[in-house]
Write a new protein. Structure first.
Length: 179
């Protein structure tokens, strides 16, 4: 779980930045190691054995494995990207709004302070989600990650639907306040 966020740097860079540089380094080294092992295995299995045994399937599998590695690298680079939602609310109102929104949608608040809130979904039969919300004046920034035992990856489609839900709720709330 990501729970020690460098708030100011995260807002400035528009991505989650942890206070502990060791965790960032370990996370990167684990990813780099797994990609290296995957690449070495594919190099041996597809190129060396494929060429030596005159097997033609490596023409298909080699680009496929390279594409998979590029896709995983792309997801890793973007895993801590923050999605920005513009609001008419100040920082405290944004915080109260998100706290209410999280509870209504069945998430459990794992960490909550004046600058950011971390919510988790209940895990029953599938992987759970961890959503980190950062609060600022006139905007809410959030990031959504899966919580699985083996790999932590961003939730691209869920982030888009969550963004739409929050924006719709803000419009409804803003209309109620102005009426």
């Amino acid at each position: 779980m990501i729970d020690d966020i460098n708030y100011r740097k995260s807002l400035r860079l528009n991505k989650l930045v942890l206070k502990s540089k060791w965790m960032e380094a370990i996370d990167f080294l684990l990813f780099l190691g797994s990609i290296t092992i995957f690449a070495m295995y594919n190099l041996k299995a597809l190129w060396i054995e494929g060429i030596q045994n005159n097997i033609n399937y490596w023409f298909f599998l080699s680009p496929l494995s390279i594409s998979l590695m590029i896709f995983l690298a792309y997801k890793k680079v973007n895993e801590k990207r923050l999605v920005v939602i513009q609001t008419p609310l100040n920082k405290n109102e944004n915080r109260e709004f998100v706290l209410e929104f999280v509870k209504e949608n069945g998430f459990i608040v794992a960490y909550n302070n004046e600058n950011y809130l971390i919510a988790e979904s209940l895990r029953k039969f599938s992987s759970g989600k961890q959503i980190s919300f950062l609060f600022a004046n006139k905007e809410i920034k959030f990031n959504c990650l899966t919580q699985t035992a083996l790999i932590r990856m961003p939730e691209f489609l869920y982030s888009n639907s969550l963004r739409k839900n929050i924006e719709e709720r803000i419009k409804i709330l803003y209309k109620q306040k102005t009426v």
